[in-house]
Design a protein around this ligand. Structure first.
Ligand code: PLP
Length: 234
């Protein structure tokens, strides 16, 4: 059973909390985009969320994500699909059949492969560089210290449009504890802006537990799954 009233309540709660976090931070709500992370739900709930007005969606695996996006092509014509998980080079062709945004570019080799496939298909891909902001071994992303080569590779790739940076903070019971990781990403963006004169408008950071903190620290895309779908399926 799907409780679509609950989905609507969750959606209103999350969009309301985004709006109030923006207001508290003195930011306009149009500066922050909600990315609905649908990896745990089926196409019925994605269609329902689309009908509520949601347009940006994210998946973290090609094997489960690509068939879902294909199935949704007709019912969600204006949806934008973002790939947010670790992307292996041998999955790039598959990923680019449905995703136009990739948040998780973390190595020059991956960037070159995306460029190769995008160029062969005559498409432009919106990319973010994923940065490892924590010491946790399990967390993915490029080391801020070894970023130069990756950045050069992405900037030299004609079919890649570098939009910004992405990170994942470690999980803490207390959301406030995530703040330093988001601050680190924002500072890195400023540093790259002044050192290299590049603009990196998007900061993809913040998940169900901590998106209000990420917004206070400058997030422009928050990736939210659990908070949207809790209590909807029983
Ligand atoms: C699953 C996932 C999210 C969403 O996490 P929730 O805690 O369910 O909101 C965000 N970003 C990435 C990379 C994910 O894999």
């Amino acid at each position: 059973m799907l409780d679509l009233d609950r989905l609507e309540e969750n959606y209103e709660y999350v969009t309301g909390k985004i709006a109030s976090a923006c207001q508290q931070a003195g930011r306009s709500p149009d500066e922050v985009r909600l990315l609905a992370v649908t990896k745990t739900v089926g196409t019925d709930l994605i269609n329902a969320l689309y009908d509520l007005g949601q347009r940006d969606f994210g998946e973290n695996r090609t094997r489960s994500g690509v068939p879902k996006v294909k199935e949704l092509a007709e019912s969600t014509p204006d949806a934008k699909w973002h790939f947010i998980g670790h992307l292996q080079r041998n999955k790039v062709k598959d990923a680019l059949s449905t995703f136009t945004w990739i948040h998780s570019v973390d190595s020059p080799r991956l960037a070159r492969e995306i460029q190769k496939v995008a160029s062969a298909r005559g498409m432009e891909v919106q990319v973010l560089i994923e940065i490892k902001t924590s010491e946790e071994d399990a967390k993915l992303g490029a080391d801020p210290e070894s970023l130069a080569v990756l950045l050069d590779t992405v900037l030299a790739s004609k079919n890649l449009n570098l939009r910004g940076l992405m990170t994942m903070a470690p999980f803490f019971e207390e959301p406030e504890a995530t703040r330093p990781y988001f601050e680190k990403l924002r500072n890195l963006r400023e540093q790259l802006g002044s050192e290299r004169g590049i603009s990196l408008p998007e900061l993809s950071m913040g998940m169900s537990n901590d998106y209000h903190i990420a917004i206070a620290e400058g997030a422009t895309i928050v990736r939210v799954g659990t908070a949207l779908f809790k209590g909807v399926e029983s």
